[in-house]
Design a protein around this ligand. Structure first.
Ligand code: AMP
Length: 233
């Protein structure tokens, strides 16, 4: 029996990557691993890695490759983590990270890399409007304060602007994506792993496009059916 599916999801900030990853992880029944979340957890816990990472994150820069690669390798090195499959959200982000992933985990480190593509004009207002829960870090999409729902839907915590969602850091992160992730995307395309999906519109529409893009890349029962039943609908 083949091990669980291994996916990479990429996209500039504001593409809806986090939302799509949560939907996909649930649909496919695979663990969702977000390097942004892992780094924020380290920062919250005040670890040495968290303190170093915070300096880069607050400025909208990438955390150095070696730190992020070690963090991911320690999570994915465990055999059970690999056996269940994984959905990597926000990693790799540079060509070096992408190549390191395959060096550490082998040639089948990823079955497919999905790029959620939105133009900067669509990403910018989404980033300016997004809020996260202060207590459990869950992301609220759109502008929840605009329609009166100013509390987290999961735990009732206060919704706040993410620490690094200020104008300077947003502009920097968008520029960094083009610079750093361009070579990575070209490399993934050359390896035959890249599927690019239009990320504009509502999350459900984008999710349908993502699932259509996965057809032929993942086992059919997983894409067309219920992951838990393993059958087709
Ligand atoms: P995200 O939650 O994916 O938007 O990531 C937030 C911030 O965490 C980024 O702006 C980076 O500073 C840092 N970060 C997350 N993933 C990576 C990565 N793979 N490489 C370097 N920095 C990262």
């Amino acid at each position: 029996m083949r091990e669980g599916p291994r996916l990479i999801v990429l996209g500039r900030q504001g593409a809806g990557k986090g939302t799509q990853c949560a939907m996909l992880a649930e649909r496919l029944g695979v663990p969702h691993l977000s390097t942004g979340d892992l780094l924020r957890a380290e920062t919250k816990a005040g670890t040495p890695l968290g303190r170093t990472a915070a300096r880069y994150m607050d400025a909208g820069s990438l955390v150095p490759d070696d730190l992020v690669i070690d963090l991911v390798a320690s999570r994915l090195g465990a055999r059970d983590a690999r056996a269940r499959g994984y959905l990597l959200d926000g990693f790799p982000r540079t060509l070096h990270q992408g190549q390191a992933l395959f060096e550490v985990l082998g040639a089948d480190a990823a079955d497919v890399a999905v790029e959620i593509d939105v133009p900067v004009e669509v990403a910018l207002p989404r980033l300016a409007a997004r809020r996260v829960c202060e207590s459990c870090d869950v992301m609220a999409s759109g502008d929840p304060t605009a329609n009166g729902a100013a509390r987290c839907h999961r735990c009732g915590g206060a919704l706040v602007r993410r620490h690094d969602d200020n104008e300077d850091a947003i502009a920097r992160r968008l520029a960094v994506f083009d610079e750093q992730s361009g070579p990575l995307l070209r490399w993934l395309a050359g390896e035959g792993l890249l599927v690019t999906v239009d990320g504009s519109g509502q999350p459900e529409e984008v999710h349908k496009r993502v699932m259509a893009g996965l057809r032929g890349r993942l086992p059919r029962a997983l894409v067309d059916g219920d992951a838990t039943a393993g059958g087709s609908r």
